[in-house]
Structures are given as structure tokens and as C-alpha cells.
Ligand binder design. Structure first.
Ligand code: RM4
Ligand code: MN
Length: 388
């Protein structure tokens, strides 16, 4: 039997962080289709993110990407966020868009480039101090394209050196989240290709170093929920970059390509205690809305995470444990499938009504006229996008 009140309480506690870059223009290497009303600066991105929170009630923080979201005064930006009932969340470092980084950033063979990259990471911690952010997300595009191009082991030493310097700089209440990615932009070796590499570096440093799972960063067919279970077991799951993919790092809306996988991931999160905010698992979106309207797509994505979570919370864990103890393969699988096949949308609609929200957040947003107002108001200036 599922305790509906307990499910609702857990859903109220789950917060989903929005990426500032999802509100700017994005595309593929073939074409960026500019949309109307797109924010022109971090202040306008936060205004858009606030809309997502206004209609979902569970997304009160915005992650920043530096230098895309560079401003003169981060304290002022934090105040601006607070005026919308929002706060600034994870600071994402960016050491992949400068010409100097062609052969890598913190693993570059040139010590001058390594210094520059590490200094950027340290500057991101300064920004965290100003914004009150807990988390620094580290993703490195570093790697090689050809066998022999550089010394794979030496690159790991360089990485360890940079990570140790950043780790030392973190305040008592700050952490870093090390992100891995199988391939792209490097095609032969990535310096942090998988969760094993990320975990080894984090274990060497201590409790403030954790691993972040970007759901788009694995080989096809990888059992991501197993990785989640292992990282939770080790106390090293810092959080998620949620998105979904059909082929590679597609950055589509989470839950769109494979809602069953998202449910399985959320079940392991629940099983490992990760829904308890005290464990510090950050649920973040890392997506690009290339052809769909961005604010509505973010609302939809938040709802998709909530639906997967509600299904995971619907698993009858006592019945599952009993079936597992009895070696009842079919029975155990049936418990999981019953939860997955539960329509949790009425429960979420009820919860939203209890929270004073419209039960249908996308429709309510679309009716609100916000999109029409930003299309009319945001005329002139340069729309935000990658590199902006
Ligand atoms: C990377 C990685 C990072 C994100 C950038 C834009 O593939 O997912 O988390 O910040 O893309
Ligand atoms: Mn990511």
C-alpha cells in the first residue's frame, strides 16, 4: 500500500534546478533557429526561470554558466533573483570555448593554459561566494583525438593537480560536482569519460568532491540506474544533469526519449535515500530547446521529473522486498511495473491544487500572456545564446 500523504510530502520537497542557458537560443552545428522574446542577459533569463517556478512551485533556483552569465555584480544578480522568489544555484564553469583550449584546459600540455583554466575555476568559486551557491559544476571538454597525441596518464596527473587546487579553495559549505562524458568534443579519449574516472578523483579528494550524472553522457544501453545506485552507496552522488537522448548527447527534454529509464533512475534514487534533501542530491536540468518554446519546455521537463519521481514513490517497497526475498522473479518485476504503469497525473494535479497552483502548469503558463509580453518587450539587443 502506498501512503499518498508521504508521496505528496516527498514531491513537495523535491526541487528541480533550471539551467539559465535553456532560455537562450541554441541549436546544432548546422543551424540555430532564433526564437522571439529570448532573454538578452542573465537578468532576463532569471525572469523567465521565475515563470517556470511560478507555475510548478518546485523550481526556485537557476544555475549559471560562466562566462555566458558574467555580470558586473553577482550580489546584485542574486538580489534580482530574490525579488522573483528565486535564488542562484550551481555555478557551471566553462573552459571549453577559448582558443587556448584546443588541446585541453586543465590537462593541456602547456602549463600556461593549465594555469589560465584553473584560475577560471577558482574565479567561479569567488562567484559562488557572491551568489551564495553551494555547488560548482566541473565539466571538461579535455581529451585527445588521436592515439599518441598526448600522454593519457600525464593528463590524469594534470587533472588531479587542478582538482586539488579547486578543492582546497572551496568553503565549508561548498562542493564541486565532477561531470563525466563518454565522447565529444574529443573522439579518442576524454580525460573524464566515465563515472569510474570521476569517482576515483573525487575519492582521492574528500567529501566536498562529488560526481554528477548527466543522463546524456553514456554509451547507448548503459544501465544508468546502476551507476546511480553505486554512487549513492559510496556517498558520492552530487546530483543530476537531466535531459534525454535518442542517440548521443541530444539534450532533449528529460523523460521524452525514455520515461521508463527516468523512472528506473528515480527508483534507485529513492531506494538509496536520495530524495531526502539532507543527502544533497541536486536535481538539475541541462537541456537545450532548439525548436520548441523554451519556457513551456522547461515547465514540461520539471513535470516529467515529478512524474517519474511520483511513480518511483508509488513502488510498494514492502511487497517488492518480500518478492525479492522469496526469489519471486515475476512478482518482484510486477511490483516495479505496477508502479511504472500507475497514472500519477491526477495525484500531481491534486498536489498542485493543494499548493495553490494550477493543476495544468503548461496550459496555465500559455494562458498567462507572458510569452506575448516578452516577444513585444524584448526588441533590440542581442539575444542570449551559447557564447553570449
Ligand atoms: C556539456 C555538459 C555541461 C554543460 C555543457 C553546455 O556537454 O553537459 O554540463 O554545461 O555541455
Ligand atoms: Mn551536463
Amino acid at each position: 500500500m502506498t501512503d499518498i500523504q508521504a508521496v505528496k510530502t516527498a514531491l513537495r520537497l523535491q526541487q528541480i534546478e533550471l539551467p539559465s542557458w535553456a532560455f537562450g537560443n541554441s541549436g546544432t552545428r548546422f543551424k540555430v533557429f532564433a526564437q522571439q522574446g529570448v532573454p538578452r542577459n542573465p537578468y532576463e533569463k532569471i525572469a523567465d526561470a521565475a515563470q517556470v517556478h511560478a507555475f510548478t512551485g518546485v523550481s526556485p533556483s537557476v544555475a549559471l554558466h560562466i562566462p555566458w552569465d558574467q555580470v558586473d555584480d553577482f550580489t546584485d544578480l542574486a538580489k534580482h533573483a530574490a525579488s522573483y522568489g528565486m535564488r542562484l544555484g550551481t555555478i557551471n564553469s566553462n573552459v571549453f570555448q577559448d582558443n587556448d583550449y584546443m588541446l585541453g584546459s586543465v590537462t593541456n600540455p602547456d602549463p600556461r593554459v593549465r594555469r589560465k583554466a584553473t584560475d577560471h575555476l577558482l574565479e567561479c568559486v569567488d562567484i559562488m561566494d557572491a551568489t551564495g551557491s553551494r555547488d560548482l559544476k566541473l565539466w571538461f571538454s579535455d581529451g585527445t583525438n588521436y592515439p599518441g597525441q598526448d600522454d593519457t596518464r600525464e593528463r590524469q596527473e594534470r587533472l588531479a593537480t587542478a582538482l586539488a587546487e579547486v578543492y582546497e579553495r572551496l568553503g565549508d559549505d561548498q562542493r564541486f560536482l565532477l561531470e563525466y562524458k563518454l565522447f565529444e568534443p574529443a573522439f579518442y579519449t576524454m580525460d573524464v569519460p566515465d563515472w569510474g574516472t570521476a569517482l576515483v578523483h573525487c575519492l582521492a579528494l574528500g567529501p566536498k568532491a562529488t560526481v554528477v550524472v548527466d543522463t546524456g553522457h553514456h554509451a547507448p544501453g548503459t544501465n544508468i540506474e546502476f551507476i546511480v545506485a553505486m554512487l549513492l552507496r559510496a556517498g558520492k552522488l552530487g546530483g543530476f544533469d537531466f535531459n534525454s537522448r535518442f542517440y548521443a548527447d541530444d539534450d532533449l527534454m528529460v523523460g521524452a526519449a525514455d520515461p521508463f529509464q527516468l523512472f528506473r533512475i528515480m527508483w534507485e534514487v529513492r531506494r538509496g535515500g536520495g530524495l531526502d534533501p539532507a543527502l544533497g542530491v541536486a536535481f538539475m536540468l541541462d537541456q537545450c530547446h532548439n525548436i520548441e518554446p523554451k519556457i513551456a519546455a522547461q515547465i514540461r521537463s520539471v513535470m516529467n521529473v515529478q512524474e517519474a519521481t511520483a511513480k518511483a514513490l508509488s513502488v510498494d517497497s514492502d511487497a517488492l522486498a518480500a518478492a525479492q526475498r522469496n526469489g519471486d522473479v515475476l512478482g518482484a518485476n510486477a511490483v516495479i511495473m505496477d508502479a511504472y504503469n500507475t497514472d500519477v497525473r491526477p495525484l500531481l494535479a491534486e498536489l498542485r491544487a493543494e499548493m495553490g497552483l494550477d493543476p495544468d502548469p503548461v496550459a496555465a503558463y500559455q494562458r498567462s500572456g507572458y510569452l506575448e509580453s516578452i516577444v513585444a518587450d524584448r526588441v533590440g539587443g542581442a539575444p542570449a545564446g551559447w557564447g553570449a
